[in-house]
Design a protein around this ligand. Structure first.
Ligand SMILES: NC(=O)CC[C@H](N)C(=O)O
Length: 378
């Protein structure tokens, strides 16, 4: 029998629905994501740590979940809010229903609420803390208080909370239909990848392009990374506010100074911006979805991109040696930067998709080309 559930926002708005996950309660910053598919990749994206995700697409769970589509070792989203869970899932790759997966991972989730109303509140007032309570004996006033106790995402260093504790090697390349995951057995470049909450598809796409990877914990000092003699350094995505990640900003400054090819995605992009002397700020409701138009300012091309961020690099703060390479066509904010005096560049959205379109995959090729060029010059 299904259990009742309640979503309480910090502003006092209450949404009564049905529990589709674990019994219990959860708090987090509520953000809306406009992806139509990819709920499993979204739930397991470590960048959603301490965030409760509502999906604007009404039917979620249709194709179930499977063991291969996880973007990390577990569910990281603090909770899930959807309109409608189908009675049955159907897909040849499915091994579990979304509801059973949420329960198995202890994730609190609510369905049967008006997600359009919720999204309008988040758009108008901005992302705000919320609390989902599921099971019997729900106390609405206590849920609102718990939502308010969350505070703000600003100032929270969560990269070191979710990151790996020990370095590890990575060789798994991309997934192919009928084959599954492949392995890179003939690598040409050694990349040290900082794990701030890295999504696996980034590592797979680098491995696919000839990289042998050593993934290191978020707080690994630059000299330990340099001792591994990398051809390039990768700065991963990750949760929370980039500004308190002073250890990562300091390390990145050293890679720039030593002219090590450096590529950053999302939190990694924000860290490169901070290392270069810029500042970051919290956005009103951020960008979360798989349908965001972004322009490559060099080629003029418009790409449809995958996005998941609530902070941004402020354009006016950037020094003269930082070039803006990509811009969001939704709100004009910075989506990519490149240093003019070092082989370092970054992208705010997700070139690795998972979920989403692959329009920006060429940035992985650009990183490979940057490592090849530096090798030719030295
Ligand atoms: N996906 C990410 O790396 C997100 C970066 C950062 N936590 C933000 O919200 O902006």
């Amino acid at each position: 029998m299904s259990q009742p559930a309640l979503l309480a926002l910090a502003d006092g708005t209450l949404f009564y629905g049905t529990s589709i996950g674990a019994d219990g309660e959860t708090i987090g910053e509520v953000v809306f994501n406009t992806s139509i598919t990819g709920y499993q990749e979204i739930l397991t994206d470590p960048s959603y740590n301490r965030q409760i995700v509502t999906l604007t697409y009404p039917h979620i769970g249709n194709y179930g979940v499977n063991a291969e589509d996880a973007e990390s070792r577990t569910v990281f989203a603090a909770g899930l809010i959807i309109r409608d869970l189908p009675l049955r899932h159907s897909n040849f790759r499915a091994t579990l229903s979304l509801s059973d997966y949420l329960k198995a991972n202890g994730t609190v989730a609510i369905a049967d609420i008006d997600t359009r109303k919720l999204t309008r509140i988040l758009r108008e007032k901005g992302a705000q803390p919320g609390c989902i309570v599921s099971g019997q004996g729900i106390d609405a006033a206590a849920a609102v208080e718990k939502a308010r106790s969350f505070g703000s995402m600003a100032g929270q260093d969560l990269a070191q909370v979710v990151a790996a504790r020990e370095p590890y090697p990575w060789q798994t390349a991309e997934w192919k239909l009928g084959v599954g995951y492949t392995v890179q057995s003939d690598p040409k470049h050694h990349v040290v990848a900082y794990d701030f909450g890295v999504k696996h598809n980034i590592l797979r796409m680098l491995a696919e392009r000839g990289c042998k990877l050593t993934v290191v914990p978020a707080q690994t000092p630059a000299d330990e990374v340099l001792a591994l003699d990398p051809d390039g350094v990768f700065l991963s995505n990750g949760p929370g506010d980039p500004e308190p990640c002073d250890y990562a900003i300091a390390a990145t400054r050293e890679f720039i100074a030593k002219r090590i090819p450096t590529f950053g995605i999302c939190l990694g992009h924000q860290i490169l911006g901070l290392a270069a002397g810029g500042i970051t700020s919290k956005m009103k409701f951020g960008h979360h979805g798989a349908n965001h138009p972004v322009q490559d300012l060099d080629s003029g091309r418009v790409m449809i991109t995958s996005q998941n961020h609530g902070f941004q690099v402020d354009e006016t703060s950037l020094p003269a040696n930082v070039r803006v390479t990509h811009r969001s066509l939704f709100d004009g904010t910075v989506q990519g930067i490149a240093l003019t005096d070092a082989p370092a560049f970054s992208f705010q959205g997700h070139p690795e998709a998972s979920p989403g379109p692959h329009d920006v995959a060429y940035l992985f090729d650009r990183f490979i080309a940057s490592m090849e060029q530096v090798k030719r010059e030295t």
